[in-house]
Design a protein around this ligand. Sequence first.
Ligand code: GLN
Length: 482
Amino acid sequence: MGRLATLKEGFRSGKIGVTEYYKDFFSRVRVRNEKLNALLEIFEKDALERAVKFDQSKSTLGNLPLGALPIAIKDMISIRGQELNASSKILKGYRAPRSATVTERLEKDGAIFVGRANCDEFAMGSSNENTSFGPVKNPCALDRTAGGSSGGSAAAVAAELCVGALGTDTGGSIRLPAAFCGITGLKPTYGRVSRSGAIAFASSLDQIGPMADDALDCAHILQSIAGRDPRDATSMPVKTENYIEACKSFSLKGVKIGLPKEYFQKGGVDPEIEKNLQSNLKVLEKEGAIIREASIPHTPYGIAVYYLVATAEAASNLARYDGIRYGKRVEQFKSLKDLIMQTRSEGFGSEVKRRIMLGTFALSSGYYDAYYSKAQFVRSKLQSEFLNAFKEVDLLFTPVAPSTAFKIGEKVNDPLQMYLSDIYTVSINLAGVPAIAFPVGHDSQNLPIGGQFIAPPFAEAKLLGAAAAFERAQPFQRRLAL
Ligand code: GLN
């Protein structure tokens, strides 16, 4: 059982006193966060105040599904009254005027927010090095990246600075850091979780999702945040399921699992990961799953399509940071245009600027049809290929990333190499289907390896259930370097 479910039991039964727990907790958090830079801000005072209230009224604790549990929130998601920076200088000083729907729901269910998690600037990156506030270090190997963009959330979970966290995933940002840090992370179906109050990067791809020790802990968080929200027109009126129950009762017996052959082509994935996946297949078979070959033929175009669609949408979404409405504004300027130009030049980091330029180019007259329309066309192909694959199998199984956590600095000056880290994750966002990353072993350097299940739209119960069944069959022990 993960720490979230365990602590929930402890608080409920009264075996663990909430205030006592938090006092001890924050002394650990401060020390570890110094080393990792996972949290940009620790909400110690607010959290302790809430903890005391919980102890004063024990009865409320029992009624709340997430009563008093410490949760970290990626710096892309609003918490009323708190700073919200998207790890960017341009938003320094900006405070969220209201909570996102997800944070409102978590709070209503009793969660205590313990910190604001570092991430890549505007969630653009795969290593959490594109942040204005220093990279996040991987708790399993301090010279390595935690993955990105939700690296702060992943490192915070892995290093026990919280029992669960929210991340956002536009092209892999929950799953890649989950894999690098040896935790579990779910990217829900597009439309399963409200995006209201989250900073938009690429609106047709962004989803908020849970990150925690294991599938069951993720299920507890998803149960709270999933479901239709009138404040987000793209959140779908599809009934939620009992995700927690699914994790407890799901069996892999008779479940058909497809291996998309394009994901396993020679030379793509690190040989150690490949070898590990072969042994995972044995575990799945032993649990009664039926393994089959599957195919998503347009997979090789995923990266190109993603970086066109995502940059185009980012260029439009980030137009609002003009120095007038949000955060930073330069002090000296000659005209309105100069104010906007200077604020954006000083405020945005280089990866964000690169994407705004790429996206603006892809959308400009004359190039729109050549690039953007073509990308949308291939995107619809990918979508139908996933749906077709699910006519034959229940789930797909793939690696999360072609490598385990790489060294800090290794890819930061080579954007193309960095973009290739997302090769196994981006198509899933393009297709809008849900996927879960969960730890499946270690490589020879003791670094965690992640496996990924992909499911049909809105089949999160099956997805979480299958990951939970795997985690039961082959429990994972994280090896921290702290
Ligand atoms: N690494 C991808 C990118 O840089 C995905 C980011 C994300 O999912 N937010 O765009």
